[in-house]
Each structure stands twice: as structure tokens, then as C-alpha cells.
Design a protein around this ligand. Sequence first.
Ligand code: ZN
Ligand code: FE
Length: 245
Amino acid sequence: MTLSINPIPILSDNYAWLLRDSDSGAMAIVDPADEAPVMAAIEAEAGSGGRLALILLTHHHADHIAAADAVRARTGARIVGAAADQHRLPRLDQAVREGDVVSLGGSRANVIETSGHTRGHISFFFAQTPALFCGDTLFSLGCGRLLEGSAQEMHDSLVRISGLPDDTLICCGHEYTQANARFALAALPHNQALAAQARQIDQQRAEGLPTVPARLGAERSTNPFLLAPSLDEFTRLRSWKDGFR
Ligand code: ZN
Ligand code: FE
């Protein structure tokens, strides 16, 4: 059972993610917010025998859901999103909650509630790969802003994500890594692994390459929000970063 995973750059700095279960050819798109590049990626994979089965939505913001209805209309794929957010998501074909399982061919994802950036934000964890599609909850070297949820909710979500296996691919919703690295270096000035990672990120961006997915094991030693030892420290870091330039 292999899941291939590709980031699709959309809008100014978002990623949709195209997944394909190798055995069945079943594909899923996570957070399709821009019809043209997403459909081009889907059609390229369809040319080699793939079929879009699922549209997975992490949260209700327009930069994650804007093209979901259009992609469904063009492909017949089913939209999966948070039951708690049904009133502000496109019509859901499968409304999910914590602990629910989503099937993509022979691959399975567990739904994890990860509130904080928004209330009702969810993430999809494919344990076999392992890969986490976490929208605007955890970013490489950063985390989402607290737009609806509390610091406590985001901290709880990050603690749960942090308990996943070291080799989990963190497939997040934005290319924010380079800016996050500047803040992380200010927060963790003596972290050598971070300094090395920041140099690599600069190189990747100079070449126009995505810096994601990141590995959770690396994030645990360089992401200041995962390293925060307490809720108080997390809260202090989050408000420091909100004003950081
Ligand atoms: Zn968002
Ligand atoms: Fe976003």
C-alpha cells in the first residue's frame, strides 16, 4: 500500500495536496482553493490511470475550500469535511468527527480534531505512510494564528500532533517556512539544527522548490511552538510572533 503525495502550489502561498493510492489509483485532493492548477494536476494523474475519489477539507477558510464545489462538479469526487463546520463548508458528502476513518482505495486516514486556528479545524492522518494533512494548524517551523480558537486549543492540538511518529510527513496548507525560520531563529538562537535547516530552506526557496512536507521528528527539535514546554510559554511565543517582523 503506497500513497504518493504531491504539493500543488496555488494562490499566493497555499498548497493543495494531491494523493494517490498506488494499488487502486484512487486519488484525493486536500484543500483545493484554485480550480485551474488543481484540475491540471488531477488531469495529469488521471492520464496515468488515476481517478479523483475524495476532496478533503481541513477548515472553512476560502484559501482552502474555494474550488471544492467546482472540482466536485468536474470529477464527481466526494467532499469530506468537519461535521462541526457543515454550516460554513461546501455541502459535505461525508461529515466527519474525531476518530472517524476516511478510505482512499486501500489507504485509510484517521480524522483528528485540531482546533486553534479555527474552531472545527480537522487534520487527516494516514498512519501507514505516515502523513498528516494539517491545514493551518502546524506549519514547518511555525503554527497557525489563533483566529477563532484559544491558545489552549492550539496547544492541545500541537501536543496531539507531536505524539505522532517521528517520520510523519507534515503536509501543511502554506509555504510559510522561510518567514517562520526568521522568527524561529530569534526564539531559539542557540539551536544548531535550526540554523542548518534555515540555510537549507533559503537554498530551496532560491531554487523555487517547496520546503514541505517536513518531517515531524525534525520539527520536534526546531519548531519553537512544538518545543514550548508549557501553555504559558506557547502563549507568549504565539503573541510574540503575531507582532514579529
Ligand atoms: Zn486558514
Ligand atoms: Fe490558510
